[in-house]
Write a protein that binds this ligand. Structure first.
Ligand code: SAM
Length: 336
């Protein structure tokens, strides 16, 4: 309750006065790739089907969230495109009144066959994970020989006019850091936003404990292509710092969760595939929405759970070099 007027709050504003208007929704913990930096060393049991939120449950949560000020939803996973019915779900999501921005994060493996339906569902913004341009290396990183399919899917999305198409590359020291320039050069030939992501030591991946290449060094290397000119932030910008380089059609971005925290302007909540609402990627604080919902709670009860969740949003995630995130979940189950 607001102590000044005793009326319940209507908007998601946390104790640090951050306005939370962005919900990332993981619709599955399944993935058709096995990226070494995302997967733990040991096998992790998959969620039972019954434990995963049904689409109508997700839509109900989103409607409540919109009432509380959420205007932007990103659908992620696991790999969202492996879940049956995802394109129909995206169309229903796009029809939720009050949602202004719907985007999708995918590894692109199933993009060629779904991209037209994704577009006609109303999604215009696409993030595709692409850590390398070398097919044999793609196989080494992801465990699958799908580079050609992914690239074909990205080009199909470009020809359908998705704008922007963001290509996300997690930079892994000694694995793909010799390709930074080649990846960045993509935005000369295409209007892509190429974004370099610092590896986050979350969960127990094969890369935990290995040296991390940080954004300042990545930027130093990219600057060999030209001066990085900052792009002013816009309403729906995420944590990436954006730059353009003279002559390039697209942009370059850096997501520096380790070297330059962006917690003070974090506007995100995350809904996991099994219905947990998390206020921070790096914290295990979460509230269950699925249980109450399946026990017949009202929309107002769900709204209360949102307010309870934001109370435990940490002011900072405290992640730093050599200091892994102490969270029980894997990236795959939270959705990145
Ligand atoms: N399957 C989809 C995909 O590949 O884009 C969505 C889920 S994936 C977990 C979301 C993003 O998280 C991907 O861009 C992936 O590269 C990134 N990611 C996974 N593990 C990471 C880590 N340890 N550090 C930084 N980014 C990571």
């Amino acid at each position: 309750m607001d102590p000044m007027n005793q009326r319940p709050p209507t908007r998601l504003v946390d104790a640090c006065n951050r306005h939370l208007n962005y919900l990332r929704v993981s619709i599955t913990d399944r993935c058709n790739l096995a990226c070494g930096y995302c997967l733990p060393e040991e096998a992790v049991p998959r969620l039972a089907h019954a434990a995963i939120l049904r689409y109508e449950e997700i839509l109900r949560i989103v409607r409540v969230a919109v009432r509380l000020g959420i205007t932007k939803v990103r659908v992620t996973g696991g790999e969202p495109l492996v879940r049956r019915g995802v394109c129909d779900f995206l169309a229903e999501l796009a029809a939720v009144p009050g949602l202004r921005d719907i985007s999708l994060t995918t590894n692109g493996v199933l993009l060629t066959e779904t991209v037209e339906r994704i577009r006609s569902a109303g999604v215009t913004r696409l993030n595709v994970s692409l850590d390398t341009l070398r097919p044999e290396r793609y196989r080494a990183i992801t465990g699958r020989d799908f580079f050609g399919r992914v690239w074909e899917g990205i080009l199909a999305a470009e020809s359908l006019g998705f704008q922007p198409i963001k290509l996300n590359a997690v930079v892994l020291h000694g694995v793909n850091d010799d390709e930074l320039i080649d990846l960045a050069r993509l935005c000369w030939d295409h209007p892509f936003h190429v974004r370099f992501i610092e590896f986050m030591p979350i969960g127990r991946s094969h890369f935990a404990g290995k040296p991390t290449l940080l954004a300042p060094e990545i930027m130093r290397r990219i600057a060999a292509l030209g001066t990085l000119i900052p792009v002013p932030r816009s309403e729906h910008d995420g944590p990436a710092r954006r730059f353009r380089i003279e002559g390039a059609r697209g942009e370059i971005g850096f997501i520096s969760a380790i070297s330059r925290h962006f917690c003070d302007r974090c506007n995100r909540l995350r809904l996991t595939a099994n219905g947990q609402l998390r206020p921070c990627l790096m914290s295990d604080c979460q509230e269950d929405l699925k249980g109450p919902m399946r026990s017949g709670c009202s929309d107002d009860d769900l709204a209360e759970i949102f307010f309870k969740t934001i109370q435990c949003k940490p002011s900072d995630h405290h992640l730093s070099v050599g200091e892994p995130a102490h969270v029980c979940c894997q990236m795959r189950s939270i959705g990145g």
